[in-house]
Design a binder for this molecule. Structure first.
Ligand code: HEC
Length: 116
């Protein structure tokens, strides 16, 4: 019963921009499928994950664009094509915002300015 309004929105064929926002719990569930490679917080922190790009703290529109391009084939990577294929526009937007909002462990120049 909880999903009835969402199904109604889908059946009316409303565009993603007008769809209900995805509840945070659902976004977290989706993000869990990314965690093996990108880390739970998007920082690709473990040695095994270091081969995968960090998502945390990147611009959300950059992340969203990358996901759309993996889906369309504009950016080619067999792993990410498979991950992006089932995502709806709304899910891409939600996941991109989620990872963009995570505190990033990307290096910035301040670290090097401190003589590190
Ligand atoms: C099995 C490992 C794996 C999983 C799981 C995975 N990814 Fe990726 N992801 C990669 C790899 C490898 C790349 C780099 C691909 C390339 O070179 O374009 C990547 C790249 C990306 C990029 C582009 C980052 C950049 O800096 O350009 C985004 C965005 C992304 N992944 C999002 C996701 C999301 C969201 C999920 C979950 C729905 C996910 N990934 C799940 C392996 C994975």
């Amino acid at each position: 019963m909880k999903f009835a309004p969402l199904l109604l929105v889908a059946s009316l064929g409303m565009s993603a921009a007008h769809a209900q926002p995805i509840p945070l719990e659902k976004v977290k569930e989706k993000a869990a499928t990314c965690a093996a490679c990108h880390g739970a917080d998007g920082n690709s922190d473990t040695p095994a994950q270091s081969q995968y790009p960090r998502l945390a703290g990147q611009y959300h529109d950059y992340l969203a664009r990358a996901l759309h391009e993996y889906k369309s084939g504009g950016r080619k990577n067999p792993i990410m094509a498979g991950m992006a294929a089932p995502l709806s526009d709304t899910e891409i937007d939600a996941l991109s915002r989620y990872f963009a909002a995570m505190p990033s462990k990307l290096d910035d120049l301040s670290r090097h300015e401190q003589g590190d």
